[in-house]
Design a protein around this ligand. Structure first.
Ligand code: HEC
Length: 109
């Protein structure tokens, strides 16, 4: 319980720091935290489901090195198993491009 709380506090601190940094046009990292964070930060259901299906080292999207940008965009618009698709109202095309390219930053394209 305390561990989970600590993780949540760390996540909230990271989000506030990122937000303070990006007053004008939000970066991919900020957009990821805003739109995907409640499922894909530590403790989220996305993190939990990915750990169960793919293993611990692939559970956190922000640390992956095998996520091509086009794959991220496809999953977001179409959903994947227990992940719901997100519409253009929820995440605009330009927000999706920015956050997907940030997630793909460590992946050879
Ligand atoms: C409501 C919770 C939820 C939200 C919000 C959410 N996801 Fe997910 N996502 C999941 C779950 C759960 C899975 C695991 C699906 C499975 O394997 O059963 C997943 C899986 C994924 C995968 C597949 C990874 C792989 O290795 O196949 C990608 C990519 C992904 N999400 C990207 C995103 C992005 C980018 C966002 C934000 C725009 C986002 N998700 C928002 C719940 C969510």
């Amino acid at each position: 319980m305390m561990k989970r709380l600590a993780l949540i506090l760390v996540s909230v601190a990271a989000i506030s720091l990122a937000a303070a940094d990006e007053q004008t046009s939000p970066s991919g990292a900020t957009l990821f935290q805003k739109h995907c964070g409640y499922c894909h930060l530590p403790g989220g259901t996305g993190t939990f489901m990915l750990e169960r299906r793919l293993g611990k080292e692939r559970a956190l999207l922000a640390e992956r090195r095998d996520l091509p940008q086009a794959y991220v965009e496809h999953v977001v618009r179409n959903g994947l198993q227990s992940m719901p698709a997100l519409t253009r109202v929820e995440v605009t095309d330009s927000e999706l491009t920015a956050l997907a390219s940030w997630l793909a930053r460590n992946t050879p394209q």
